[in-house]
Ligand binder design. Structure first.
Ligand code: FAD
Length: 611
């Protein structure tokens, strides 16, 4: 079955589960939740407290921005700083889609009864390994891919001389900062069924551009770069197995050579075994890690393979989806458990470099997308909560006037800005990594900072959405009232995939001990932060040297604390050169030291309120 046919196949709710599909609207949403009409008041009755309360809520709904880019002065400042202002038209279009059709579709898509279901056999008993989606999934996909978020990768110029025997450098880097700015806007609708797939698509596109043979590129790149969700291809990436996700070296899925070859790029293999977490399970092409050497050889024995969904005759390519996961968050995207049996695969790059390539090109990309998604969740929490605080009254005044609410709102906004600034800074460095122009110091800074940034943005997003719910009070806990409960569930997943917190900490410590990249990391920070923070930064540099030299148990526990500080430094470094973000930067420093509650702090809170 073609992708369009699979997606177009609107389904009924599975037997035994309630279907709400008949009573929900697919219309664009004007605010956080337009589904529930207010009760009409009897004519001629005096205006009651209830009337006033409901009018205030209606005013809050009406106050939701209809263009999330136009509403975001912080993003605008960063866009100007990164020299992307000429792309404002595309960002406004994405901001309008995110606030309108994508948001409405994402809300509908996540209703109980509307989640994806396994639809593995066609009507006459042929195996399709299909997943059926509610039509709102396609509506969201059209809006998101239509922003050009994946199509922008076509701007990367790839060295035409490459034969696929070695990783090649693009002659022009992909516009990662622009891509992640678009993604940050649409991701404010939550997972929407597409955020995880976008990260996977991006990893696949980058890997194909850097490593793919001409045949692999011709087969997959045009479809992955197509902005039309009805005709494009999507990708997924399967590393995790039931025995462990963090410990990728424990992978047992195996790849067997087909014919006699040296395992070079594009060589044919057959993949067999079980992958335990397979998101975007109905993708058109899978990137799969599999063991090419004997068990026990760890990550060194892993190759990276391209597994198309179908064989040339249209049949399913040697895999079956055992079941879909019943998830806490990101529920509108299908995550399955998949059994592979002699699936036809081709090596993506040389098999001996599989693990290195998957980390550099796939996982690093995913970690940047994960961080941009977290910044988006935090920002949306601020949009919803800051408008609410203007319209909700308690004890005779708007709640935003209470110092504690205002401070909470300032924290949320500052954490969203810090996460976005840090991520765009790293996306800029990724562009330099790609085209080979990065300095040694910045390469070291990038290597450490990508992992710390992924960790910290996920922690901040969870906290920001939780605090946004707090501002909404009891209403914040109600799924039908606002987007925030869904975002909170999504942030839990963001914390755990693409590297759990501890695994990221362990990777940073390992990289620093083995490669000494902490020296470039701290040098990069010092150059960006300037004299204002020199003393505190030097103290942390010394503390890190001590941590590295400490016995393992002490080292790990100390680094949990120090790693947080290092991640915050990365974010502050990104904000240092953008004067419009001064108040947010000042507020972000509360993660480094307890702030003085003085006039300056109060003016900082005031500067971060919604106008
Ligand atoms: C919704 C969802 C979708 C997913 N989709 C995919 C997908 O499409 N493809 C894919 O490959 N994976 C996917 N994953 C899997 C995800 O990447 C893993 O869950 C993650 O890598 C962690 O692996 P694990 O669950 O096996 O946890 P484990 O590795 O078992 O870790 C359990 C705990 O132990 C800690 N721990 C592990 N090692 C160390 C250490 N050295 N030091 C200190 N603590 C440690 C971890 O931090 C964690 O807290 C998905 C996960 C979720 C939740």
């Amino acid at each position: 079955m073609t992708k369009a046919a699979r997606v177009l196949r609107a389904r009924c709710a599975p037997a035994g589960r309630p279907s709400y599909a008949g009573r929900v609207s697919t219309a664009a949403a004007p605010g956080p939740n337009p589904d529930r009409p207010s009760t009409p008041e009897p004519a001629g009755q005096p205006r009651t407290a209830r009337d006033a309360g409901r009018e205030a809520l209606a005013a809050w709904l009406a106050a939701q921005p209809d263009d999330l880019f136009a509403d975001d002065a912080d993003l605008a400042a960063l866009i100007a700083h990164h020299g992307l202002s000429e792309r404002s038209g595309a960002l406004h279009a994405a901001g309008r889609a995110a606030a309108g059709s994508v948001d409405a579709a994402a809300r509908e898509n996540d209703r109980i009864g509307n989640h994806p279901v396994l639809d593995a056999w066609d009507g006459i008993g042929r195996h399709t390994a299909g997943v059926a989606h509610h039509p709102s999934y396609r509506a969201a996909g059209r809006g998101i891919y239509g922003t050009g978020v994946m199509a922008a990768y076509a701007e990367a110029g790839v060295d035409g001389r490459a034969t696929g025997t070695t990783p090649r450098r693009p002659v022009r880097a992909a516009p990662h900062r622009f891509v992640l700015s678009l993604f940050y806007l649409t991701a404010q609708a939550g997972e929407a069924g597409h955020n995880c797939p976008l990260a996977c698509d991006a990893g696949a596109i980058r890997t194909l551009q850097h490593l793919g043979t001409a045949a692999q590129q011709a087969a997959h790149l045009p479809g992955l770069l197509d902005p039309d969700f009805d005709t494009n291809l999507t990708a997924s990436q399967f590393l995790t197995e039931v025995q462990g996700g963090s410990d990728v070296g424990a992978n047992a899925v195996r790849a067997t050579p087909i014919g006699d070859h040296d395992g070079g790029p594009g060589s044919p293999w057959a993949v067999s075994g079980e992958k335990w977490f397979c998101s975007n399970a109905d993708a058109d092409v899978f990137l799969v890690t599999a063991r090419v050497a004997h068990p026990g050889t760890g990550t060194k024995g892993l190759g990276l393979f391209l597994v198309p969904r179908t064989r040339p005759d249209g049949s399913v390519n040697g895999f079956a989806i055992r079941r879909l996961k019943d998830k806490l968050g990101t529920r509108s995207m299908a995550s399955g458990e998949i059994d592979f049996t002699d699936a036809r695969a081709s090596a993506l790059g040389p098999v001996r470099d599989g693990f290195r390539n998957v980390m550099e090109l796939v996982i690093t990309t995913s970690r940047l997308f994960n961080a941009a998604g977290c910044a988006a969740h935090a920002r949306r929490a601020w949009v919803v909560a800051s408008t609410y605080a203007q319209h909700r009254t308690a004890f005779g005044q708007p709640i935003g006037g209470f110092p504690l609410v205002a401070e909470t709102l300032a924290w949320i906004r500052a954490d969203a800005v810090a996460s976005l600034a840090g991520t765009l800074q790293l996306a800029g460095l990724q562009e330099q990594v790609d085209d080979g122009s990065i300095s040694d110091t910045d390469a070291a800074f990038f290597r450490v900072a990508v992992n710390l940034n992924k960790l910290q943005t996920a922690l901040l997003a969870h906290d920001a959405v939780n605090r946004g719910i707090e501002v909404l009070g009891g209403n914040g806990a109600i799924e039908s009232f606002s987007v925030l409960p869904r975002l909170l569930r999504d942030t839990v997943v963001y914390e755990n995939w693409e590297g759990s917190h501890n695994v990221l900490r362990a990777q940073v410590l390992r990289d620093c001990a083995r490669l000494g990249v902490h020296r470039g990391f701290f040098d990069g920070l010092a150059a960006r932060l300037g004299p204002e923070h020199a003393e505190a930064l030097e103290a942390d540099r010394r503390a890190f040297d001590e941590v590295l030299a400490a016995p393992a148990q002490v080292r790990d526990l100390r680094f949990r604390r120090l790693g947080t500080r290092m991640a915050i430094w990365v974010m502050l470094a990104a904000m240092a050169a953008v004067p419009e973000l001064a108040a947010a930067a000042r507020m972000t420093q509360r993660h480094l030291r307890e702030p003085e509650i003085d006039e300056e702090y109060l003016s900082c809170i005031a500067a971060l309120q919604r106008r």
